[in-house]
Ligand binder design. Structure first.
Ligand code: SF4
Length: 594
């Protein structure tokens, strides 16, 4: 840059330094020129031109042979932690500091905020190995160490999802974002598959519904074309805005039938060039075989990514494993990094196969629909000492003091299942005797009718519901509502929840809730015994929990702050990890890379 230009440039930088205005500048016509949520404090970078090839590059000026330094792809100075460090470290000098001084300041900031995140990938030998919770625990441990951490799962197949500010992601990545003490973003789970039955899944891309896709189309076409770009872009964004990214695999990396077309295990490890740790669940038995079999089934190139093994969920002393661990390590040449004991916790489960009823009693019976979604809605009830039972037989409803029809990924199919299995008859007998609550798809089932003229859920165009509420639902668009909402009950008490659904419901009943924007939500029957709502997570805050339990004459034994309980258990899992795994070894694995 010539001297005059440099002086003019520096005058702007000096003003930015003196007036330091952190955060996004949404009034700017060019916002977001790098990424949504970017920090705009240093639109004119104090390091310009840094000539750091990891951040920018020389480009030709348009229609000119002259080359200039381009910062178009640099996210680094637009990270809020980097912008803050610039404001703390740059001198307010009249003249631009010498290049060496600027380079020194940049190096100092880079020590705290690297220009590219270090990845650590958590793989499992099976579904339910504990990857999700271990990844959450790593997120919390790294956050405790002061790092700017993000979780990442390139593809998650789950019916447990969460509405966040920019769309829908799997509940597990939402939990991991809480563990990392960062705002959840759609890039943390760019592809979400929501099985609808019959080998078809709804594919959610970057938080929004893309389309319903048969499994064959997904693996033969989608993953190898658009899918890989979607995952790469999401990874690139996280890599450039974080210090550490904790990546979670899916199922097992040794599904050799899918190795050419999968996106969630070794393909994601390749994209991120991530060192991987393999988690084995001790509770299933055969842990050594699982570890040995999984690793030896990987190709030599993929095996190089595996840097350690964690045995998870150990009951009793781990001493008895010592000789087996030694043999395994010598056979594979890969260290066992530690054994994690079994810990009772209240963190939301990832899979409906892990869905647990309370041990005793049947205060609240929840119909265990074949396509049940968002079953974590009931975690807060269990924590407050209420017995919750997921029931598959209608007779089990008779002993309950309240009944819930939960959310479903396919209202028509699950309603047909309820009819075929006698649930409708039993519920009609119990109508008026115990409170009945329907959430999301369950709310739709409580209504008089459901129409699907566009065939969004399948071939059935219309079906009759239970008719307990004077409401009807129409599926006429694939647009999905994903939104977090607050509001209040009739008694003025605060409600919080999130909606994730297709279909619009018209109600002629009294609303259950008035949302903060004044709109009505949900329905309640004239006798108050049937309630419907679209809000997931509605039991998490005490007011609705107390309201529903009082209606059901159930006394909870514990006053529970669900958010605080989750946070406490994330700390517990982090502490368990720290006590059983040497974090210095983990940091070295990340430092050394693949
Ligand atoms: S590439 Fe980034 S750090 Fe380098 S001068 Fe441009 S904005 Fe500044």
């Amino acid at each position: 840059m010539d001297e005059d230009l440099l002086k003019k440039y520096w005058a702007v930088v000096k003003t930015e330094l003196e007036t330091f205005k952190p955060g996004p500048n949404e009034d700017c016509n060019y916002y977001p020129c790098h990424f949504k949520g970017q920090d705009c404090a240093y639109c004119y970078c104090p390091f310009y031109p840094c000539m750091d090839q990891r951040l920018g590059k020389m480009v030709h000026k348009e229609g000119d042979d002259e080359e200039v330094w381009s910062c178009q792809d640099c996210y680094w100075t637009h990270r809020s932690d980097v912008a803050k460090l610039i404001s703390e470290n740059f001198p307010f000098s009249e003249e631009p500091p010498a290049d060496e001084i600027r380079a020194e300041i940049k190096k100092k900031i880079e020590e705290k905020c690297p220009v590219s995140a270090k990845p650590l990938m958590i793989l499992g030998t099976t579904s339910g190995a504990g990857k999700s919770i271990i990844a959450s625990a790593f997120c919390r441990v790294f956050s405790d160490m002061g790092y700017n951490v993000a979780p990442f799962k390139s593809q998650n197949m789950s019916l447990n999802s969460m509405a966040i500010s920019d769309g829908e992601i799997a509940r597990a990545q939402y939990l991991q974002a809480i563990a990392a003490r960062t705002d959840p973003e759609v890039s943390m789970n760019p592809i979400l598959l929501k099985p609808q039955g019959d080998d078809v899944s709804q594919v959610v891309v970057n938080g929004s519904v893309y389309k319903n896709m048969p499994v064959s189309e997904y693996y033969e076409n989608f993953t190898v074309n658009e899918g890989i770009n979607i995952v790469t872009n999401a990874w690139e964004y996280l890599r450039r805005t974080r210090d550490i990214v904790v990546i979670e695999g899916a199922g097992s990396p040794a599904e050799i039938n899918l190795s050419e077309c999968e996106l969630s295990n070794m393909k994601a490890a390749e994209i991120a060039n991530a060192p991987c740790i393999l988690v084995v669940n001790m509770i299933r038995g055969g842990a050594f075989a699982y570890a040995y079999g999984t690793i030896t089934l990987l190709s030599p190139a993929h095996r190089k990514h595996i840097k350690g093994i964690i045995f998870n969920n150990m009951y009793g002393s781990a001493d008895c494993l010592d000789s087996g661990i030694k043999k395994l390590e010598s056979m594979l040449g890969i260290p066992v990094l530690g054994v994690i004991p079994h810990i009772e916790h209240a963190l939301p489960e990832e899979d409906s196969q892990d869905l647990k009823s309370s041990k005793d009693g049947n205060d609240i019976a929840i119909v265990h629909l074949p396509r049940i979604s968002n079953f974590t809605d009931f975690d807060a009830l269990s924590l407050s000492g209420v017995s919750v039972k997921f029931v598959r037989q209608p007779n089990e409803l008779r002993t309950a003091r309240a009944i819930v029809i939960p959310g479903t990924k396919n209202t028509f199919a699950d309603m047909a299942w309820m009819k075929e299995n006698g649930f409708f008859e039993t519920l009609k007998e119990l109508r008026g005797k115990v409170p009945i609550l329907g959430i999301c798809g369950g709310y739709q089932i409580l209504g008089k009718s459901i129409y699907d003229t566009e065939g969004i859920e399948g071939d059935v165009k219309a079906a009759e519901g239970l008719g307990f509420l004077d409401v009807s639902t129409v599926f006429d668009t694939t647009d999905k509502k994903t939104v977090q909402v607050c509001g209040c009950l009739e008694n003025g008490e605060e409600i919080r929840g999130y909606e994730i659904h297709m279909g619009k419901t018209e109600s002629h009943e009294k609303p259950l809730i008035t949302l903060d924007d004044g709109s009505p939500e949900g329905s309640i029957s004239p006798d108050g015994m049937v309630i419907g709502t679209y809000l997931h997570g509605i039991f998490d805050l005490p007011p609705f929990r107390d309201y529903f339990l009082e209606k059901s004459s159930i006394t909870s034994s514990e006053e529970v702050d669900y958010d605080a309980e989750v946070d406490k258990d994330l700390d517990l899992m982090a502490e368990t990890l720290r006590s059983n795994i040497d974090m210095k070894v983990i940091m070295k694995i990340m430092e050394d890379g693949v």
